[in-house]
Structure formats: C-alpha cells, structure tokens
Write a protein that binds this ligand. Structure first.
Ligand code: HXC
Length: 514
C-alpha cells in the first residue's frame, strides 16, 4: 500500500475508534452534565499536550457474545500530557463504552500508564467513570483490578496519585481511589459504593438511592473517602490543578517556589480570638492571616471539621497546615479527626512538605461511643505520623493545649523542630475547672463555702498552670511570642530547617496503628 494510503487508513482507523457523539450512550453522558472521557482529558491538561497511548488495544473477552463486540479503546483513554508544562500520566474511563467496565486489557492500559508514572516520577491522574469489573470477563477483570491495586501501593509515597470520580465507581473498583492520595467528587455525578442499592435491597431489604448511599456529599461529609467536593466537573478540574500547584511531582523533589506574598488579611488577634477561653473562633481566620496571599487550600473541608488541614505557602514555599478548629466540638481530637490529620501528615512527610501545626484543643473527645469506635487506636495514628515525620515541623500553641492533646499536636516531645506559644496559651494536664475539682476535692467539700473555695482554687490553678510559662521554664517550648510575630518566626524556622536531615535507624518499615 502506498505511504499516503497507509496514512489515510491509519486516520480512518483512529476515527473509528474514537467515541461518536451521536450514539445513545454518548447523548446520555452529556445530558447528565458529564463530559466525554476525551473532553475531560483535554480540559484538565495543558492545551494540545495529550499524547494518547494504546488506542488500538482490544479486549480479549470471548464469552457472552463478547467475541463479536468491538469496544473502542476498550473503554479507557490513556496517555501522557502536561500540566504547568510538566508531564503527568492520565487515564479516563469512558462510560459510553460498555459502561467503562474494566476488563483485563482495559486494566493493562491503566497499569502501563501507572508504570510510566512511577518510573518517570510524574503524578498520576485517574478519572473514574465505570460500572466496575466487566462481568463478562469474569476472573480476568478481577486480575486487572489486582494489578492496579498492586501498583497503587507501589506508587504510594513515590508519586502523587489523584483520583477523580466522575460517574459510578462501583464494587471493588473503589479500592483503587481509596489507595490513592486525593479523591475528588462532583455533586450529583460521583457515586462510590462497594455494594449497590440492588444488593442492599436483596440482602438487607433496605431501599436507598445511589445518591444517599455513596453520592458526592456522602463521601465528602460522612465517610471521609473524598478530599475535595465540587459543584461541577469544571470546578473539579480547577481544584485538581490547584492541588498540583502546591505539591511536588515526586518524592525526590520539592514543590515549586512562588514569589513571596504577604497575607491579605492582617492578624487582628483581639477580633479573632474571644477573651473568654470557652468561646469558639474559626481557626481558618488565623491561618489566612499567616499565609501568603491569605490563600489556604483546604483538604477534606466537610469531614471531621473539628480539625482543619490543607496547603498554603509561607514566603513562597508550600507548607501543610494542621489546626484544631474551636468552631466544631471545641476542636477536640476524636476517631475521625485523628485519621484525617494523620494521613495528611504522612502525605506531607512523604513529599517533602514542611508542617505547621496550630494548637487549641481541650484534649480527646470523651465518651463510650469514641472508646468503642477505637479512639485509642485511631488517636495513636496521629502520634505515630507526627513522630515519624522528618520534614520541618513547626508548632504554635494559640490557646488551650491540654493533656494528650498537647502531646499529640506536634509537641517538642514528638520531634517538633520549633514550638512557639502565644501569651494566651494554656499548657496543662487538663482544664482548670476539672483539675481544681480533682486535686482540691477534699478542701472544697470540707469548706464552709464550697462554691467560693472551688472558684478560688480554679483561679489558683489557672494562675499557676494555665499559661505558657511553666512549659517555657522547662524548655518544652522554644519561645513565647506575640501573635503578630508568628509569621516572622515561622518563616525564620522554615528557612532554618530548609536543609534539615534526620537519620533514622534501619528498618524495613514501621508498623503504624492502622
Ligand atoms: C459489564 C457493564 C457493567 C459491568 C455497566 N455495564 N456495568 N458491562 N460489566 N460491570 C454496561 C451495561 O450493560 C450497559 O451496556 C452500559 O454499561 C451502561 O450501563 P447502564 O446500566 O445502562 O447504565 P446506568 O443505568 O447509568 O447504570 C450504571 C450502573 C449500572 C449503576 C453502573 O450499570 C450497574 O449497576 N452496573 C453494575 C455495577 C456493579 O455492581 N459493579 C460491580 C461489579 S463487581 P449496554 O450495552 O446495555 O449499553 C466488581 C468487583 C471488583 O467490580 C472486585 C475487585 C477487587
């Protein structure tokens, strides 16, 4: 065949394989507010940067009439593109082709891109829109999932892995996103569940809609499976790009530096922190008054809101921020907030992102519910992840730092490089009320006016311990600083720790309290 004809033949083949816009499945896709797989890829990547791979791969299914079925690109578009002019691996499942279901070859297309991403140190973006294991391919589809999960685990802590859920993500398919670093969901479009409504109805006799079972809100607010929630796909892609602006391309690199910018919001401490220690305030107001351009990119905003985590920049460099949130449950640590913070700390540590911890908490949440749900095991994750992290760790104690909460929130004892306390800090074993009631119990009960004695004892305890000076006297903190000096101290500490090295004894890996 002459060369020109070969090129025409190739173009025709390629045209045939690309999904058509007029078949029913494609029309349905758009009518649901969903883009096509290729449109998604095009939107998320730098213009004209996508180089597709494995377009001509065909499925190997033979049963249930599959031998006669042609599935364009086997239901998944894969390749390499660029974001911020840097290469990324990407795949997008195509629901218009056999429901984006995953057979062996579909899986192999994905694992090839995963291998390229790991080998070449580039982030992997997976756009999930699939009915799960391709039922007709039986165990071959399960094998495909296994090969993906294996690579998700190998890639963990090596390259950032991002999962975007833009349709169903059903059955065992959910475990790939669950093994990745960040999961993005979109209102009314994302649906994640292990067993669908039909199975639940058959087995348990309960009726539930897909949305109520595993919709975007459920995953972002209740289960904590999702890290970012968006109203539509475009907003979601902007979030993905924003996240990538804060993190490095792999674990050997640091995140890109940006020109330093002062915060837009000034720290008006008297306006933000109420005089009464029991009154709440929004920790995000403090964060915004400390970080560059007051730009705080919050992660898992809607789940376990008693702790706030996210990325920001200090003097142009990315930092991970963890802060107790006095607005929600007084900022206590509990099962979910410990999990949330612990995982974030491990991500930051794996990817060379310094940590800043802002402390204001009365301790761990008491209660049968918490104990029975494993607050001991979950709370230990926080201690473990702070202790093992070797990135620069800076802590500022703003107000309360009581009991185990004081230790757990990146105290000096867990290896913080610099710990600062505001003059408003109260560092003690417990709150003055509780403490006075216990240690002065007999004096209070035998007093002629127990109420007055109790108040006096609370005052005495407050003056003695509910301040930062006992901790300062013992060297448990590095400095008591004025709130207005906080940014200066943090930036100075980050500069000091820029080349920090910390050697650890050899081990294969630790055994964290998963
Ligand atoms: C093969 C599938 C499929 C699947 C969907 N399709 N899921 N084909 N295997 N798993 C096909 C449908 O047959 C249909 O083909 C097309 O995709 C569109 O599907 P619809 O059902 O028409 O779409 P919709 O009404 O939007 O419903 C979407 C859905 C539903 C909710 C995802 O298809 C569904 O419930 N699918 C099964 C989900 C599930 O239980 N998966 C788990 C599999 S087990 P045609 O040709 O008619 O257009 C699993 C275990 C993995 O994943 C374990 C790994 C460890």
């Amino acid at each position: 065949m002459p060369i020109f004809d070969k090129i025409i033949d190739f173009l025709k083949r390629r045209e045939k394989i690309s999904p058509t816009k007029d078949d029913t499945a494609a029309v349905k896709q758009h009518s649901m507010g969903k883009m096509y797989a290729r449109e998604r890829i095009k939107y998320i990547l730098d213009p004209d940067s996508f180089c597709e791979t494995d377009l001509f791969v065909e499925h190997t299914g033979k049963d249930f009439g599959m031998d006669k079925k042609f599935l364009p690109a086997d239901g998944v578009i894969t390749g390499i593109g660029k974001i911020y002019s840097l290469p990324v691996g990407i795949f997008a499942q195509d629901f218009t082709v056999a429901g984006g279901s995953l057979g062996l070859m579909h899986a192999r297309k994905i694992t090839k891109i995963m291998d390229q991403s790991i080998k070449n140190g580039m982030p992997l973006i997976g756009i999930n829109d699939s009915g799960g294991a391709r039922i007709q391919e039986g165990v071959n589809s399960l094998a495909g999932y296994g090969e993906i999960f294996f690579r998700n685990t190998q890639a963990s802590g090596v390259i950032p892995q991002i999962s975007v859920i833009l349709g169903p993500c059903a059955g065992g398919a959910v475990y790939s996103p669950a093994l990745t670093d960040f999961v993005f969901v979109v209102d009314s479009i994302s649906k994640m569940f292990i067993t669908g409504p039909e199975v639940i109805k058959t087995v348990l006799g309960e009726e539930i809609s897909m949305e109520d079972l595993g919709g975007a809100r459920v995953q972002a607010e209740i289960s904590g499976n999702a890290h970012f929630y968006a109203e539509n796909e475009i907003e979601c892609f902007e979030q993905v790009k924003k996240l990538l602006s804060f993190i490095p391309w792999n674990n050997k690199k640091k995140a890109d530096s940006f020109p330093p910018r002062p915060p837009k919001h000034l720290l008006d401490i008297e306006k933000i922190i109420p005089a009464e220690p029991t009154q709440p305030y929004d920790i995000r107001d403090i964060i915004r008054s400390l970080v560059d351009s007051s730009d705080f990119f919050e992660v898992q905003q809607y789940w376990a809101a008693n702790i706030v985590i996210g990325f920001a920049r200090m003097n142009g460099e990315t930092v991970g921020i963890v802060g107790n949130q006095p607005l929600v449950l007084a900022g206590v640590l509990d099962v979910d907030s410990s999990d949330k913070a612990a995982r974030f700390i491990r991500f930051c540590d794996a990817f060379n992102i310094p940590l800043i911890t802002l402390v204001d908490l009365p301790g761990y949440l008491p209660g049968v519910d918490q104990e029975h749900n494993g607050v001991i095991r979950h709370g230990a994750k926080l201690l473990y992840s702070y202790s093992e992290a070797t990135v620069p760790k800076m802590t500022v104690i703003l107000r309360k730092a009581y009991g185990g909460g004081y230790i757990a929130m990146c105290s000096k004892h867990l290896g913080a490089d610099f710990v600062y306390a505001w003059p408003t800090a109260e560092i003690a074993v417990m709150g003055p009320e509780g403490a006075a009631n216990i240690i002065f119990k007999s004096e209070i009960s035998s007093a002629t006016d127990p109420d007055k004695t109790r108040k006096d004892k609370v005052k005495e305890y407050t003056e003695k311990f509910a301040n930062p000076y006992v901790a300062a006297k013992n060297g448990h903190i590095d400095a008591v600083i004025s709130p207005t000096e906080t940014r200066k101290y943090l930036i100075q500490s980050l500069t000091t720790c820029a080349n920090k090295t910390e050697l650890k004894p050899f081990r294969k890996h630790g055994v964290p309290p998963f």
